[in-house]
Ligand binder design. Sequence first.
Ligand code: 5MM
Length: 340
Amino acid sequence: MNIRELKSVANAIVARQKGVLAADESSPTIKKRFDSIKIESTEENRRRYREILFTTEGIERYIGGIILFDETLRQRTRDGTLFAKLLSSRGIAPGIKVDKGAKALALYPGDKVAEGLDGLRERLAEYKQLGAKFAKWRAVIEINEHDIPSAFGIRANAHALARYAALCQEIDLVPIVEPEVLMDGTHDIDRCEVVTSRVLEAVFAELDAHRVVFDGMLLKPNMVIPGMKCPQQAGVQQVAEATLRCLRRYVPAAVPGIVFLSGGQSAEDATDHLNAMNAMGPQPWQVSFSYGRALQAPVLAAWKGQESNVAAAQKALLKRCQLNGLARDGKYARAMEAGE
Ligand code: 5MM
């Protein structure tokens, strides 16, 4: 393991004003996104769309890494350049999603566990050859009003995340460790904080037991936020305070960066929450973003699959990147949404 190399890639991804664009939608997820704008999910349409994202001028000032799906890592621009090569040449680290999705955890009704460990060492070696500098594994934790997630469900996901992270570091790929406590449901912010705390505690215990070097990884957690159907929604400051309280208790200071997922928040809310946390800084780690929907929803809405809308789509992406770049410094204000 080359710890210097791991640290340097991790630090570059969360350099000042920078974060991650999550463009690693699996085939079923990208189909859902395309359905919403009435575009057929063909391989060429997926390639075209990703080319729009990756060739947007100026995003390299705010985006340190982009997470790709297996198919995308093998695709090329219209003029034949591998996407991974294009991104590296622009100073953006290409990454790869390596989990194979959440499946029902046997004998634990209601719990899920992410699969994909079998053959992972060989897959990582191939991804590295294809130009990946980091990887990502997403564990999905659902909350219900009673007994989900179970303590064992949390442990099983934490164990898989740590096995994955150790395999990444063995081959000098920076692992992004993503335990996502979903915001689906009616639970309140306190329950989200309790579950997120238990999850992070278990994840770092397993990472430590697996000898994962904290300095050479990034954490991609959910924010502490009420369920979408909770009647008691929380204000921006409340979310920022609860999230930081939880992370400061359970995330070691050696971790270079926290890159939040957006999880179904609106683009504006995700930026506002990130901004509030940075305004309360400094924190022991870089506090940044790895948004999928919160960066891409405005892009899809502007593009609608039309060649004539490409410039508008790229403008929408650059705008979100710029605003999140400002939020990295605590300098974003909601009023900026109206401007260019
Ligand atoms: C972009 O979506 C990623 C892949 O999801 P599927 O396996 O469901 O296709 C996902 O892991 C994403 O990176 C994170 O959930 C963050 O995205 P959001 O939209 O929550 O910011």
